[in-house]
Design a protein around this ligand. Sequence first.
Ligand SMILES: [Cu+2]
Length: 132
Amino acid sequence: MIRRSLFVVFMWTILFLPVAYGENPNNSISVTATDFHFTPNTWTIASGQAIALSFTNNGVQEHEWVLLKQGTEVTLPFNDDDEEKVLWEMETGPGATKVGIFSAPPQSGTYTIVCGKPRHIERGMTATLIVR
Ligand SMILES: [Cu+2]
């Protein structure tokens, strides 16, 4: 019985681990924020997948990576009134790196990324997320 259990675990490892690891690179993106840019400023992810975002802040101010709903128009100033436009957001402090997990939208297309801190959009903190 033990031998059979070990065999099942062994086969599971052979069959499924390569798939799991193989998918990881496509489901991980990274961004570096400075005052006041995102680098890179375009990412492509798979629809409906869990996506890990590694967010490094090399600026001296706090920055956000805010994923807006598809078709959202950014109206300035961007503030608390715009909260209903947000699908997911993450904030990272100066000199820090954080990893967050979000669900890629099920609908493919182009989504707008902004930093929601006051007047950061105006200074250039916008980017594009492509969902395929
Ligand atoms: Cu910012």
